[in-house]
Design a protein. Structure first.
Length: 224
């Protein structure tokens, strides 16, 4: 409460200063700035009517357009002759091309085929004729070598043969036969007779040399 009179004085002094400042600003604007004069009276415009004779003036000012025929005289243009279209040229088709084909004589062809055939046979055993036991049974019965047809119930007959240089069977050996009894001996006899009827191409090794060859033949029950 002891500071209250002090703040009241300060507030009053601030109000007085603001009032004095506003009075100064108002006086400066009124006496220092230039005043614009207010124009109250405006002069009225006077209307004047102007008469124009448009018909005569426009007619006199329009230029005369000359006729085109007077400037450019008529010119006669001769007719243009159109040439007829050219006739198509007739071209003959070119002759067919012929290709030369080299032909060998019959002797040369046969020789080349024979040489190729010989090369294919090298190292291979080629069979020409096969004979089975059932094929020789009738001949053996008629000759009296056997009395009846032997029957192979199971298994197979294995025969080793040697082929000479002419392709004929040279030697026969039973590797696996039908047995030692009478019926088995008949099976072996018929198998050997069938194997003897086989023929082959003469065997050639890789170098083309003809040699004897050993191989084996097998007969199954259905072959008897």
């Amino acid at each position: 409460m002891q500071y209250r009179p002090f703040w009241e004085r300060i507030f009053f002094l601030a109000v007085v200063l603001h009032f004095i400042f506003l009075i100064g600003v108002f006086a400066y604007e009124k006496f220092s700035l230039p005043q614009t004069e207010k124009v109250d009276d405006v002069e009225e415009l006077e209307w004047v009517e102007v008469e124009v004779d448009n018909g005569e003036e426009i007619a006199e000012s329009e230029p005369e357009i000359p006729n085109v025929a007077e400037i450019f005289p008529e010119i006669e243009i001769p007719p243009i002759e159109i040439p007829p279209p050219p006739e198509p040229a007739v071209t003959e088709p070119p002759p067919p091309e012929t290709k030369a084909v080299a032909t060998n004589s019959g002797e040369n062809t046969d020789d080349s085929q024979k040489a190729k055939s010989d090369e294919d046979k090298r190292g291979k055993l080629i069979v020409l004729t096969k004979v089975f036991p059932k094929d020789v049974v009738p001949t053996l019965i008629s000759s009296g070598a056997i009395n009846e047809r032997p029957i192979l119930n199971s298994g197979k007959i294995v025969i080793a043969i040697t082929i000479d240089i002419k392709g004929k069977v040279k030697n026969i050996e039973i590797r696996r036969g039908g047995g030692t009894d009478e019926h088995g001996n008949l099976i072996n006899l018929v198998s050997e007779a069938a194997a003897a009827g086989w023929t082959f191409e003469p065997y050639q090794d890789e170098d083309g040399n003809i040699k004897e060859m050993k191989t084996q033949i097998e007969f199954k029950p259905e072959d008897f």
